[in-house]
Design a binder for this molecule. Sequence first.
Ligand code: PMP
Length: 378
Amino acid sequence: MWLTDTGGRRYLDCVQGIATNALGHAHPKLIKALVEQAKKVWHVANIFQIPGQEELGRCLTDSCFADLAFFANTGSEAVETALKMARKYHAVAGQPERVDIIGFAGSFHGRTYAAINASGNPAYLDGFGPRLPGYVQLSLSDEAGLADAIARPTTAAVIVEPVQGEGGARALSGEWLLELRKMTREHGVLLIYDEVQCGMGRTGKLFAHQWFEGAEPDIMAIAKALGSGFPVGACLATDDAARGMTVGTHGTTFGGNPLAMAVALTAFEEISCTDTLANAQGAAGNFVERLETLRANYPDVIAEIRGKGLLIGLKLIPGNREFMALARNHGLLVAGGGENCVRLLPSLLITTVEVGEVMERLEAACEDARQIIKEIVR
Ligand code: PMP
């Protein structure tokens, strides 16, 4: 949970590489896995059989809706794979006109060209040329617009984060996801979940959508905690959704190399075990209760607590950037987020004592923010 800076100051880290180090820093099992693999083979490219890929692919597909896994290096690449797969699915079925990807306001899917076009924040596109054709943006509350868009004969897929991360820890309800699943299925439109941030134990289940039975997607992008700090992403899919992705249609040089697989396999074992997920759920419950009390005591600083599991958002009244600096002064690192939120994204292994320490530091930052607000008003 702790980081020490170059000057020797210690910080409680609730950024964790932006929801990436699910097991915190310097986890001994991850270090061992990386060092042992580093003494063997690092990279061969996946034109060769890589046993670690097969093993991790099996672990992942055994734990969710998917039949197949494609390994990449980042979340953006996992999303790119998902979007290419969705269009190809329709193209091989003789419907090449089905190209439109429906995305939502406030979403974030990465920084590559397809990902910034699918993302729901126009700022990411600013200066990078016109929005590409084939991307539709809707508000999450526009139910009629969504039903309309899904029914269009040019629609290929819907992409959604079950819990928006960068957008400010916004958790979608099971009801909303189940309705989306029903509508997409009725119209032969593929459903893509971006669980790059909310997946791999972050919400207290291995995958966030697994809180809602029946809400399984056709395709899912994951990354971040998959390597728990080592760069690796994956696109998971059903056999049917991946039907167009035959040999030669997609590829990668580094994706799923032996180093990444060694770390990710160990991370998978640690994250997917009952104790880790139970700890994450317990810590999340503890946080929410104590954060609600903090909000009640500081209504001039905290407007709302939101999120799911250990993807926690505090919607603030003072500027989130300023608040992050105040927290840092008290030795606490928190991440920013959309809608003036700060996010708490601690290790899934956080202890009850550490939750208490985070809360103490947060309270100190709230007190500072209150004093600054009072000064300004005066
Ligand atoms: N999707 C989501 C939901 C993300 O949060 C992120 C990263 N913040 C990405 C995609 C992109 O991942 P990467 O930065 O690894 O390309």
